[in-house]
Design a protein around this ligand. Sequence first.
Ligand SMILES: [Zn+2]
Length: 503
Amino acid sequence: MQLTPSVPNHGNVTANFTTFPNMLGAIDENNNKVRPRKGDKAICPFCFEKVIAVCGDINIHHWRHEAINNCDSWKEPETEWHRDWKQKFPKEWQEYIIEKNNEKHIADIRTNSGLILELQNSSISNLTIQIRENFYQNMVWLINADYFKNNFQIRSLVTSNLRSLDNKYKPYLNQNNNIEDGLKDLNKLLAEYKSELNSSTDQYNRIQNLISDYTNKLSTIENIANELLTEKYHYGIFRDFNPESISNILNYNIRLVVIEKEFKNRANQINEIVCLPNSTIKGFENYKVVSFEQVSPKSFYKCKVVKTNTINTFFPEVIEIRSESNYRWYLSQKESFTLLIDLSNHLSKLKLEKENFEKEKKELSLLKEKTFTDLLIDIENWLIELKKEEQKNLNKIANSIIHLNENLERTKVEIEEERERLIEKAKRINKKLENEKKEEELVIKNGLKGKYSFYWKYRRKSWDYAACPLFLDFKDHIFEIVLENELKKITQQEFINIIKNWR
Ligand SMILES: [Zn+2]
């Protein structure tokens, strides 16, 4: 290490302590190596200037140059850290002077196998690093990390790799999702069966209501028949119900109305005729006395006229009417004549007609009654047929409900079996994965034990240029920089052994 030229010499021991190259070993006049003893003076084996023993209570005893000099320009101000490390190696290895190519430097440690250990306390430029490595060739660096350890982030490769391993396995080690996923199709099937069962049950109830409705209707067939005849039921379940019996009865009703009207008409006519006053004239008792307005001239042949003033005499004058015009002449003389008419034939005809209507009415009523009975049977058969149809549907749905229930139960069992199978499978997979993970953990623990990744918070580039092995002294342990971003942790003793056994 180059001397820091700006440091002044005040002749003060403490002030010079870190500025002058100090050393553990010096030589006496006979070129024998001597260790510092209080008050002793000796010669620097490198620059042959006078050195004074420094033997305090705190620091390791060492030699210090008496005056500013150009001892080894590479030497940095020696600290306790330097002395402490040098003392861990055999005396003859310490402060070893190497002369080469007209250049001469003091190596901190040189082992028997020729390895140089350079103890570096402060930062140096990459050029300096290269120059030293070129000079010493076979060397390693031990750097005091005390000054930059806060600028240095390290992470155990075992810890970080184990964490990555955890993350890698975590999604696979939880197999519950896979189980639910594996049951998805069966659960979907189960839901379908349930929904079909619900709609089938609804349908079953609906049909059952329908059947009980038909049963009720079967007990009120007569009411239904009457309502159908008034066309009240010509929709719903009777929409397509059009038996001949209904149209027959309706036709009978129409005919009955007509008959009734004709019958009444005949009865009225008969009554009217019967109510007409009878002629009191002898020999004309079957004649009725009517007014001229009540008779049409066309019926002149049925009529006689009587001179009104002769009616109550012993010899009423009854006169034959010869023609329609003759009738009209009497009509013009109606104040003097009374009109007689023979209605017996007409009455007989009316009575016959009335009887015929009555007969027809009776027959038709009987037929209507019989047809109504037919209608009742038709309705009953219609309802029974409908009920039978629905009973069939009901049976069909009852069967399908039984079937659905079986499917439902079977699917539940299948789900449970599949779940158990999947759980077993998941366990197997988990076990396998856990074993694999354990193996990988072992590989990590064995392969990366003591290895650390690191990075600089504020990058220190100069050490990147070091070609020789670098060791960092963290006091409690040593880190070897094995790769650009990888450290290997070793103990102080392991480090010492590595240096001692270097080949
Ligand atoms: Zn010297």
